[in-house]
Each structure stands twice: as structure tokens, then as C-alpha cells.
Design a protein around this ligand. Structure first.
Ligand code: APR
Length: 276
């Protein structure tokens, strides 16, 4: 992987590691790009197959669900099927190693690392990280009408058991809420909806108090998440961006323009080597 990186980039990673070594609080925001190398398409990628004529913005909204619940539910069931066998890649694993402080004992005792993600997959958790999810969870469901959580353990009658089975088989059949009969929807924050209050408060606090903020694999287009880097900057943090493509962010101090799966392992091993 390191061989893929230019000398300039390796020097920039050293520079980033220097900033990180002295930071007591680090805040990391990940986006769809960190899961791209696990085989999960990002939101700005053109959709394929059955869904090639739809954009994520047209499907991930309460209006779209109200207009055509079956279409939106089918899309999420398709996404679930696509994501179900995907595994963490070297970027998720390097981050987890850093967060767990396994190889960075000297550093970890002095450093607090908060990981915030816009992703609804659970690849950070699969890698062993703890992450604050701003946009919800692909594998959870709730009622679109009464908001009650729809969990497998609530399957105490035949009808609900059948519904759980349908979800697991990625069937596109709509499911009725056992409490009120409304349609079950994925527990995901759609365009135009508010972020979960507690997750957002934790994210703002971590961004406002960090000395270094790292943005990994996000287009920085979707607010309020995209505003976290600005909040960090206003409070004096240095901003590092890891993305092979340019973004509209104007607050970045160090751009590591390569894939997260190549940069993160190098960054973490550079930190590891510097046991200060
Ligand atoms: N490593 C790092 N970055 C990458 C990689 C990679 N291997 N591959 C792609 N990227 C970058 C792209 O260049 C792009 O800037 O990841 C970014 C993905 O952007 P988006 O698809 O817009 O994803 P994200 O920023 O997470 O989207 C934010 O929008 O649709 C909503 O709720 C959804 O959480 C999502 C939000």
C-alpha cells in the first residue's frame, strides 16, 4: 500500500502525524468514502442496475417515502443485500487499532479520539471501533407513523415473525407496524430530517474541543455534518482531509489526497513508531 503513495504524500502523512502526536483530543468524521474500498458504493457514485435512473437524494427522503413507500423500502432492502457481506477494510481497521490504543499505548493514555460517522453501515463497529452515528443505522427499523422501534425480539406472534423473516430475506414487501399499522422504514436520517439529538451534541462537543480534526472520505456537501470541520477550525483545531478527490471544504490545513485504505494504515503506523 505504501508503495502506492508518492514521496510527497508520505511527507504529508509525517506532517499530519506530528500534529496528532501532541493532540490531547482528536475528532474524526468519516463518510461513505471510507467504506468504498469495502465495495459499498458512495452516495455520489452513479447507481447501477435497477436503480441507475434514481439518485440517492430522490429516494432518501420522507417525501419520497410518503409518495412511494414500496419504492423507497425496496431500495433500502437492495442496499442491505449489497452491504450484508461487506467487511471492514484497512482504513476501518487502522482506525480501530488507533482508537483502542492497542499499539499506541503511550499516546492513547494522553489522547482522546472521538469517531463520528455519517455512514449507516456498521463497518467501524465490525473493525472494533466505537462510533457516533449521525445518520442512523442501516440494519435498524422503526415505524414511519408512531416511531416505535421494530426489533426482532418484538416478534412474539406469527405475523411479526413473518415480517422479520421478510426483512432478513431482503424482500421488498412493505411491513406493517405491529403497534399502529403504519409502514416500517429503516432507522436512517433522511434528507430534510433532524439528526439524533444526543449524537449531534456529542459530535459538536468533540469537534469544538479537539486540537486536530480529520475528515475521511466525505464530500463535505451534506450539512450539518459538513459544518463540524468549520466548528473545529473556529475553535483553533488543525484540519486534515483524507480524500483522493477535491472537496469544497475551505478549512483544510493538510490534504492527504489518496484512498483512505492506503493513508490510514500509514498514518497509524507512523504514530505507532513515535512513542513519545
Ligand atoms: N478513500 C477516501 N475517500 C474516498 C474514497 C476512498 N477510497 N473513495 C471515494 N472517496 C470520497 C469521494 O471522493 C467523495 O468525496 O468519498 C466521498 C464520498 O462522498 P459522498 O458519497 O457524498 O458521501 P458522504 O460525504 O458520506 O455523504 C454524506 O449524504 O446521501 C447522504 O446521508 C447520506 O451520509 C450521507 C451523506
Amino acid at each position: 500500500m505504501v508503495a502506492e503513495l508518492s514521496t510527497k504524500l508520505v511527507a504529508q502523512v509525517e506532517q499530519a502525524a506530528k500534529l496528532l502526536r501532541s493532540a490531547k483530543q482528536v475528532c474524526i468524521l468519516s463518510g461513505a468514502g471510507i467504506s468504498a474500498e469495502s465495495g459499498i458504493p458512495t452516495f455520489r457514485d452513479k447507481q447501477t442496475g435497477l436503480w441507475e435512473n434514481f439518485s440517492a437524494e430522490d429516494l432518501a427522503s420522507p417525501t419520497a417515502f410518503a409518495r412511494d413507500p414500496k419504492l423507497v423500502w425496496s431500495w433500502y432492502q437492495w442496499r442491505r443485500e449489497l452491504v450484508q457481506d461487506k467487511a471492514p477494510n484497512p482504513a476501518h481497521r487502522a482506525l480501530a487499532k488507533w482508537q483502542q490504543g492497542l499499539a499506541l499505548k503511550n499516546l492513547a493514555s494522553k489522547q482522546r479520539l472521538t469517531l463520528i460517522t455519517q455512514n449507516v453501515d456498521d463497518l467501524h463497529e465490525q473493525a472494533g471501533s466505537e462510533a457516533i452515528h449521525l445518520h442512523g443505522h442501516l440494519w435498524r427499523n422503526r415505524c414511519s407513523q408512531c416511531d416505535s422501534v421494530f426489533v426482532e425480539s418484538s416478534a412474539n406472534n406469527e405475523e411479526t415473525k413473518n415480517a422479520v423473516e421478510k426483512i432478513k430475506r431482503f424482500s421488498d414487501e412493505l411491513i406493517a407496524c405491529p403497534q399502529c399499522g403504519g409502514y416500517i422504514r429503516p432507522d436512517i436520517v433522511w434528507f430534510g430530517e433532524s439528526l439524533p439529538v444526543e449524537a449531534w451534541q456529542q459530535a459538536e462537543e468533540a469537534a469544538a474541543n479537539c486540537e486536530v480534526f480529520i475528515s475521511i472520505g466525505t464530500s463535505s456537501l451534506v450539512y450539518p455534518a459538513a459544518g463540524l470541520a468549520q466548528l473545529a477550525k473556529q475553535n483553533g483545531a488543525k484540519i486534515i482531509e483524507i480524500n483522493p478527490n477535491p472537496t469544497p471544504s475551505t478549512v483544510v490545513d493538510i490534504t492527504l489526497a489518496a484512498k483512505a485504505g492506503a493513508v490510514m494504515p500509514l498514518l497509524v503506523s507512523t504514530l505507532e513508531q513515535s512513542k513519545s
